[in-house]
Ligand binder design. Structure first.
Ligand SMILES: [Zn+2]
Length: 375
């Protein structure tokens, strides 16, 4: 018995949407589609794909989305003849299918990789370009959001802020504010600083967006002098003036947006929340740290104080980090950095001011160290 080589079908040209009754002929190397008015299309067998269809019909299209044209055949005998002729079940066909699927997966993976590359290498640049367009009022609102997150994370016996529990605390807070205001006066910042002296055993100091500066009690107790502390405060003001925290927020927000584009709606609505949260938990880049270091040292120099004091602090931290090598590192300045020794060396390489003057009196420095004494 000879296989059927001609039958009827319904053709959609993929443009008009209107079905056409057609005659379909199995030629030597191609499927010929013709209407009573004349030839409509010739599809080479290797280019033909079977499309998903109800069980009562065979639906064919062109592979690789070159066209949305399709044809439907309802005669089971003719459909079987076409399947055999086109060779849908042949090993070559199946290998081709697998190859196409692998290609699609590879291109998708390449697309995701490209997006991630933009995220990793391009996003800091985007954040740099975007930051100047953000008004300070908006950065301050972001700082207030971050501040609420800082307060929510606090879980030590309060009150959270030092300075109001007795006369010694009040004297300590006054000395703290004097130190901050002296350094701030030299910084000529576009926004005022909102300093907080935090009652916590966590050895840290950091700057959030919008001029929020946090200095922890443990950090003050671990500082050897008012000048060491002033150097770190100057460093934090460097983060404020260069808007490092805002840039980090924009970077993280961009990453959240990218992730949303790649994986879908997983973080929809949570993007800004994610970015705010990560502002407190991700590190500044080394370039940002160096920029802030130099800015801080410049402030101390303009105050006529000992700029090398900050180097002594980094030396001590480098020694502590060496001891804790491989283990839990309890000491850190805003974001833990492994290159304390290098930072100390960079600062010590700068010429010190001649005849440096103290930033606080000895009494003020002692008072400052009692700012969280609860007395
Ligand atoms: Zn820093």
């Amino acid at each position: 018995m000879t296989a059927q080589t001609q039958g009827t079908g319904v053709y959609f040209d993929g443009v008009s949407g209107a079905p056409q009754s057609v005659t379909v002929t199995l030629e030597h190397s191609a499927l010929a589609i013709a209407s009573p008015a004349g030839a409509l299309a010739r599809w080479d067998y290797p280019a033909i794909d079977a499309l998903p269809a109800p069980a009562d019909r065979l639906r064919l299209g062109l592979a690789g989305n070159r066209s949305t044209a399709r044809i439907e055949l309802r005669d089971p005998a003719f459909a079987a003849a076409i399947k055999q002729h086109v060779g849908f079940d042949s090993p070559q066909r199946r290998a081709g299918e697998r190859r196409r699927r692998r290609l699609v997966v590879a291109w998708s993976a390449a697309g995701v990789a490209a997006m991630m590359a933009i995220g990793v290498t391009g996003m800091p640049l985007v954040a740099e370009l975007l930051a100047p367009l953000i008004p300070y009022a908006m950065e301050i609102r972001l700082g207030e959001d971050t501040h609420r997150a800082v307060l929510a994370a606090f879980d030590e016996p309060g009150p959270w802020e030092c300075g109001d529990e007795g006369p010694m605390e009040r004297a300590g807070k006054a000395a703290f504010l004097k130190l901050i205001r002296r350094v701030e006066a030299e910084a000529h910042l576009p926004i005022p600083i909102r300093p907080f002296l935090v009652r916590t055993s966590e050895d840290n100091a950091f700057a959030g967006p919008g001029g929020f500066v946090y200095v922890n009690n443990a950090f003050i107790l671990n500082s050897g002098s008012a000048e060491e502390l002033a150097g770190v405060i100057g460093h934090e003001l460097g983060h404020v003036v260069f808007r490092h925290s805002l840039k980090r927020y924009l970077h993280n927000l961009g990453m959240a947006y990218l992730v949303t584009m790649i994986v879908g709606d997983v973080v929809t609505g949570g993007g800004t929340l994610f970015a705010t949260g990560t502002v407190l938990n991700t590190r500044y880049s080394r370039a940002n740290e160096t920029e802030a270091d130099l800015f801080g040292v410049g402030l101390i120099a303009r105050l006529g104080a000992d700029i090398h004091a900050t180097a002594r602090m980094w030396d001590r931290r480098a020694a502590a980090e060496k001891q804790e090598l491989g283990g839990f590192r309890a000491t850190s300045v805003d974001s833990t950095h492994p290159d304390s020794a290098a930072r100390a060396a960079a600062i010590r390489a700068l010429p010190n001011v001649a005849n440096p003057q103290p930033i606080l009196t000895a009494e003020e420095w002692q008072a400052l160290r009692q700012a969280c004494s609860r007395k």
